[in-house]
Ligand binder design. Structure first.
Ligand SMILES: [Zn+2]
Length: 124
């Protein structure tokens, strides 16, 4: 059920941005999702089709960019991504701590169309 409220928020944001820009439809929504959010793109896509019906976002394509979780080693200062199931620093073997990276969840930008305009424009 987590994805439902997340998707609702994403659609609201995209629609209000598109409306502000005077767009007549949204072609594409580029979304950044951190690994630690646990958000599954397929679920967002499923809810999106229900929620976006009848809005400017109806029929828009969703594109997800995944950001891997990042760890920081206190011992040697190295930042690294998880290596399989190992959370240890690849440089010195110290057990690293998780950083804020991987908690991202936001719309990077949307691509919209204007009336009588065949091409789509990027709106950030
Ligand atoms: Zn280290």
């Amino acid at each position: 059920m987590h994805e439902l409220s997340v998707t609702q928020a994403l659609v609201d944001m995209a629609v209000s941005e598109a409306a502000k820009a005077g767009a007549t439809s949204i072609d594409k929504i580029n979304i950044v999702v951190g690994e630690l959010t646990g958000i599954v793109g397929e679920s967002v896509q499923f809810y999106f089709e229900l929620i976006s019906a009848g809005t400017l976002a109806e029929g828009a394509q969703l594109s997800f960019r995944y950001v891997p979780a990042e760890f920081h080693c206190d011992k040697c200062g190295y930042n690294y991504n998880r290596n399989g199931f190992s959370f240890r620093c690849p440089k010195c073997g110290n057990a690293g701590v998780i950083t804020k990276r991987g908690n991202e969840l936001y719309i990077e930008n949307i691509e919209v169309s204007f009336d009588g305009d065949k091409g789509s424009k990027k709106h950030t």
